[in-house]
Ligand binder design. Structure first.
Ligand SMILES: Cc1cc2nc3c(=O)[nH]c(=O)nc-3n(C[C@H](O)[C@H](O)[C@H](O)COP(=O)(O)O)c2cc1C
Length: 181
């Protein structure tokens, strides 16, 4: 099948080099798209939100670091893929730190109804229980919502990546039929 060109961004959050979620994210993005931009959130300088709420009126964050740069990349993307491990049922702190900085997007986009972007979530964890993934999934979905990204797939993988290629391939097939590829 011929791969179409899209503006695609893959965001990963695992601090590990040999990472289940990074491998899964790259496998899925590489199978669906001919090109994608890779953003490892750990390589960026992202300060935590101080809750000053100045962005409510200015629509600009007072903190000067890389968060705005990543938000711009997301604004320019048609597809946003987030691949993350589950940490204490939520997302790792660096990703949460970035998500909190999207408060400015909440104020910018709150009156916009249309969701013109598509999002895919990939979560990896040790445990199988679906409840184990709920907080992480909900945090990423909330980040999608403020950026007007419609979540079209949420893949939850348990255990090491080598045991999960079958599940991933099935999900890729489903996503292809959803996006017409
Ligand atoms: C700090 C920390 C917290 C974790 N919390 C959970 C958890 O709540 N539930 C779970 O099933 N696995 C948990 N794990 C295991 C990882 O989610 C799992 O090994 C995952 O596949 C790692 O992904 P990665 O290889 O991309 O880093 C935790 C691991 C760490 C280091």
């Amino acid at each position: 099948m011929k791969k179409k060109k899209n503006n695609v961004i893959l965001i990963t959050s695992s601090p590990r080099k040999k990472s289940n979620s990074k491998t899964a994210g790259k496998f899925l993005a590489g199978n669906l798209f001919s090109k994608y931009e890779y953003v490892d959130i750990n390589k960026y300088d992202i300060k935590s939100c101080s809750g000053c709420d100045k962005c409510k009126n200015s629509l600009i964050c007072v903190k000067k670091d890389d968060a705005e740069k990543i938000i711009k990349k997301i604004e320019n993307s048609e597809f946003v893929i987030v691949a993350s491990p589950v940490y204490f049922t939520g997302v790792p702190s660096k990703l949460k730190c970035f998500i909190d900085r999207n408060q400015v997007q909440w104020y910018k986009n709150k009156n916009r109804k249309e969701k013109n972007k598509k999002g895919i979530i990939i979560l990896t964890a040790d445990l199988k229980d679906k409840k184990n993934f709920l907080a992480a999934e909900s945090e990423i979905k909330s980040f999608f919502a403020v950026n007007k990204i419609k979540c079209i797939s949420s893949v939850k993988l348990s255990g090491v990546i080598n045991k999960n290629y079958g599940v991933l391939k099935k999900e890729i097939k489903k996503i292809r039929s959803k996006i017409g590829k």
